[in-house]
Design a protein around this ligand. Structure first.
Ligand SMILES: C[S@@+](CC[C@H](N)C(=O)[O-])C[C@H]1O[C@@H](n2cnc3c(N)ncnc32)[C@H](O)[C@@H]1O
Length: 320
């Protein structure tokens, strides 16, 4: 039975159930690459422990009961799968350009290679702890991946950013990654409308010694961006990261083009949107919004642009 990757289930672990299986709760075969990786025990225990739940739900959270022998511990999921009865997935389950949970399967990407990438990604201890804490939170799959965090931090350093604005904070992984890369007098303004996950964000900003560096504004991000524009003026930010409700991305982008200085950077997450931008279904408004934004960015003379196939796709726009 083939997977239907277009089912927009809420939780990451259910994301790739087929429509009929999602409703019937029937088992779905593991993708062939995941089965191969698990059965050959290619990933070390250390590598597995570092896998983000958002990125590698297949290994840490089998997508259906019985796909491999149930493991009491997510960290033991791999060896449990290896000893279990996973049926081989259909040939060609995952191909170049398609999606393995939050990891787009670019040409040559395999579970082993992704594991290698994580092994060679610097993730500060505080971010590792935040990722672990977030794994227990509803919506944990929304968190950016560790290698995205490292890239965002590097970009902050590269452009010498002092003022950063983030749209979509959740439990604070990306804001913490960027704020840690700021100079001591730098400032990150974090925008989110949902108080619940922000409790973790606040706790980890404090733990990372960033409490004075982060300004949190709770409310609809469009309102907050308008307020920032009025308070701080056009061109007053060096960098922005957009990672909130997809249908408002274009409006965020337009406001941020005003807020960010010429030469500044706007990074936009989820621009591959689990592969659904390629051929969105008519009622998939988020995928359509991102497809339209990608087309607009490609032709937008106000920015230099690069769609980077990292995480769920992250487009970098340098304001000209
Ligand atoms: C994908 S998560 C952000 C993940 C975060 N960047 C990270 O790395 O952990 C999206 C966040 O956007 C917030 N959000 C969605 N729509 C919003 C809106 N209109 N205004 C403000 N925040 C919004 C949600 O509450 C959620 O916390």
């Amino acid at each position: 039975m083939l997977f239907d990757r277009r089912v927009p289930c809420g939780a990451g672990r259910d994301r790739y159930q087929s429509r009929s299986q999602a409703s019937a709760g029937a088992p779905v075969p593991l993708p062939s690459c995941a089965v191969g990786a698990t059965s050959r025990r290619r990933m070390t225990a250390a590598a597995l422990a570092r896998l983000p739940s958002c990125a590698v739900g297949w290994w840490r959270h089998p997508p259906y009961p019985g796909s491999c022998r149930a493991s009491p511990s997510p960290r033991l999921g791999l060896s449990a799968c290896a000893a279990g009865t996973s049926a081989p997935g259909p040939a060609g389950d995952l191909v170049a350009g398609e999606v393995l949970n939050k990891v787009p399967v670019a040409i040559g990407m395999t579970p082993r290679l992704y594991s290698y990438i994580l092994e060679h990604t610097r993730e500060p201890e505080v971010l590792r702890q935040l990722r672990e804490a977030t794994a227990a939170v509803s919506g944990a799959h929304m968190q950016i991946t560790p290698e995205q965090g490292a890239l965002l931090a590097l970009l902050v350093e590269l452009i010498g950013a002092r003022r950063v604005v983030e749209v979509g904070v959740f439990t604070g992984y990306s804001s913490t990654a960027m704020a840690m890369a700021l100079p001591p007098d730098g400032r990150l303004v974090a925008l989110d409308r949902d108080e619940r996950p922000l409790e973790l964000a606040r706790r980890f900003w404090a733990q990372a010694g960033l409490a004075d560096r982060v300004e949190l504004r709770v409310g609809p991000a469009l309102d907050s961006l308008g307020q920032l524009l009025a308070r701080d003026g056009p061109g007053s930010y060096d960098m922005a990261f957009i990672d909130a409700d997809k249908r408002s991305y274009d409006q965020y982008y337009e406001l941020l083009l005003k807020l960010v200085r010429p030469g500044g950077l706007i990074a936009i997450d989820n621009t591959l949107f689990f592969g659904r931008v390629v051929e969105p279904e008519p009622n998939d408004k988020a995928a359509i919004a991102l497809r339209d934004l990608n087309a607009k960015l490609l032709a937008d003379p106000r920015v230099s642009v690069s769609l980077v196939p990292i995480g769920d796709g992250m487009t970098l726009c340098r304001r000209r």
